[in-house]
Design a protein around this ligand. Sequence first.
Ligand code: ATP
Ligand code: MG
Length: 332
Amino acid sequence: RPRALSGIQPTAGSFHLGNYLGAIRQYVALQETHDAFYMVVDLHAITVPQDPAELRANTRLAAAQLLAAGLDPERCTLFIQSHVPEHAQLGWIMNCLTGFGEASRMTQFKDKSAKQGADRATVGLFTYPILQVADILLYQADAVPVGEDQRQHIELTRDLAERFNGRFGRTFTVPAPHIVKEVAKIYDLQDPTIKMSKSASTPKGLINLLDEPKATAKKVRSAVTDTDTVIRFDSVEKPGISNLLTIYSTLTGTTVTELEQKYEGKGYGALKTDLADVMVEFVTPFRTRTQEYLDDPETLDSILAKGAEKARAVAAETLAAAFDRVGFLPAK
Ligand code: ATP
Ligand code: MG
C-alpha cells in the first residue's frame, strides 16, 4: 500500500470546518487505501507562545477530535509528534540542506510573522516548514493530504527529498500533495474572500466544530452573501453562496448541481436555514464522540502510546539510513 502522512496543530482547542473539510475528511478516506500516519504536531505548536497546561490539554483534545472524526486506530497510526524524537533529529539535517533564501520565500511564514509583528516571530516559526519536510520524509510518504495553504510546503518537501537523494543517494520517497480541489480552501463566513482560519479576524466567520450547535447554526444563518438572489455556484461573482454550496455539498454528499436545482426559485434564507440544520446534525454527534474520548483518558493514552510505537519503528529506520548517508559515525 502507498503511504499517507499528515499532521494537524493542537493550538486552537477546537478544529474548525476548514480543517475538517480540507484535511481531516481526507485523512479518514485515505485509511482505506493507504498505510496512513496521522499526528498531532505539538512541536509545530510551540513556534508561537503556548501555555504548557493548555498545550497538554489541547493535544489530548486534538487526538480525541481526530478519533471522533473517524480515524480508526486499527486502520491508521495516530500519534503525537513529540513522542517520536526522530522528527526533530531529521529536522536538523533538513535545516542544513535548506537555503536561507529558499526558506524566506515561504508565504505562510510571511503571513504569520506579519500577524505577530516581525520582531516577535521566532526562528522556530521561520523553520517550521523544514520540520514539516522531516515529518513527511521520515515515513516515506507518497501522499500528503492537506489544504491549499500547504501546497508550497509540500513543494519544498519534494525539493529537499530530491536534493538529499541527489547528493547522498536514493533515501527518501518524493511525496505528492493530496489536495481535493473542491474543498482545498474553505472560506470565512463573514469574509468569503479569505480562508477560514483559527486566527480569523472575527469569530463570527469561523465555524469551530466544538462550539454550541445553536451558535454554529446562527453563524451559518448570518453568513455574508451578496445582493443578488440566485443560488448558483460562481466563486468569482458569488464567493459567499459558492462557499455555502461547497460546505453543504460535502457534508451531505449531494452534488452542487443538485443543490442548485433544489434551490431554484428559492431565496438565500432557505439555503442558509437548511445548511444550518445540516451543520447541527454533523457537529452534535461529533461533540458527543469527542467528549467520550476525553472522558476515558486511559483508552486515549493507550491508543496514542501504540501509535507512537508504530510510528517510531518506521521513523527510526529512515533516520538511521539518513544518518548513514550523511556520514555520521555510528554509535557502537
Ligand atoms: P493557521 O491559520 O494557524 O495556520 P489553520 O487554521 O490553517 O491554522 P492548521 O493546523 O495549520 O490550521 O491546518 C491543519 C490542516 O487544515 C492543514 O492541512 C490545512 O491545509 C487545512 N486547512 C486549514 N484551513 C483550511 C481551510 N480554510 N480550508 C481548507 N483546508 C484548511
Ligand atoms: Mg495552517
